[in-house]
Ligand binder design. Sequence first.
Ligand code: F0G
Length: 457
Amino acid sequence: MKTMIEPFKIKMVESIRQTTEEERIEILEKADYNPFRIKAEDILIDFLTDSGTGAMSDRQWAAMMTGDEAYAGSKSFFRFEKAVQNITGFKHIIPTHQGRAAERILFSVAVKEGDMIPSNTHFDTTRANIEFNKAEAVDLVIPEGKIPTLEHPFKGNMDLKRLSGFLEKYHDNVPIGMITITNNSGGGQPVSMENIRETSKLLHKYGIPFFIDACRFAENAYFIKLREKGYRDKKVLEIAREMFSYADGCTMSAKKDAMVNIGGFLAMNDDTLAMNSRNLLILTEGFPSYGGLAGRDLDALAVGLEEVLQEDYLKYRLRTAAYMGERLTEAGIDIIRPTGGHAVYIDAKAFYPHIPASQFPGQVLCGELYRKGGIRGVEIGSVMFGKKDPETGSEIPAEMELVRLAFPRRAYTQSHFDFAIEAIIETYGERDRAKGLKITWEPPFLRHFTAKFTLAD
Ligand code: F0G
């Protein structure tokens, strides 16, 4: 059969509210053209993030009823620990309330001022946590990973040559090396097994521990199965195990590939690092057997980790992004190609050639997609990553102007996607009417969350 179906049926539904275009124009204006300022009930299809926004299964909800809320040594913790160990093989499994909490703990205990942490591309919270500890986050993704329309099977790969040169020079200042799978900030692109293995070898040559940012490890493993020689007949679980076997630890936001609405963990083999991490965890997150989560959350997470490795699910998951990508490409819309696992990234610079980076074409496109279809995406461009010239105060644009449409897991159906595709293509047809934006207010940090905009003159 050619028709791909969602590998689940729906047992509980949540209504979504239809609004008119006139209403949305008013809502957008009141939200100062920033989708983060729009109430969720005013959104029809929410592609803001795939983080914590998925639907849990009947098995996960059932497991929550068995949650053991004991403060110390709960049954839920041991079920969670077993599920994580079954995939990662790491000795110490430390629960945290989400991914960035794991990052904060890891970098607080392992990093000191002046250190440097290489990765393919650090996610924003990872970078921010490294910088908060006065260390430097260094991105070394392959050059192909930065060219949106260039096809490459593993655009998330580490540039091994540059990593090698970097380590030769700076290894004394590198306490850990990382790799993000899939590479969210670079378009949700996968990293090959060979590249994970070689990255590990290079780091281990200098005795540097290797950590994986494992948020979307299952999507990455399935890409390896589809695209890398020698993996077609392997189970995704086997592939995932091999990926983790090259590493000394990982950070994980369970809000992605563990299919839960909240949760995360830090895992590692080193006893001293684990002891120091647990000590800090107690200070800020909670006792090491719950780490800021309820026992029931740990049970949902354990089941989610099993479900995410089901091949029917992963096939449908990756196909969803590819399907939208194909339809948009056919319509002449430039996107990051090939599509990654969890999202489609539209090139807003190509969408709106008449809007300069100084007028934020990505932010304009977010607003237009909301006006046309009630769809919410997120700008990943000069609003999020633009810098200010310290002398003149003028804006230095980001490298790319993208809009990410990220897909909550198991939450939307084929017709939601067809609707979204139609709305994007219609918006493209009306591209000449779109006007640039200017900032009227912004906070000193992370401005994209709260900045206010108005139409540029
Ligand atoms: N690492 C990666 C690769 C991520 O994508 C995220 C979150 C984190 C770490 C942090 O995890 O949110 O649980 O603290 N990404 C979300 C997103 C927010 O929308 O891409 P967290």
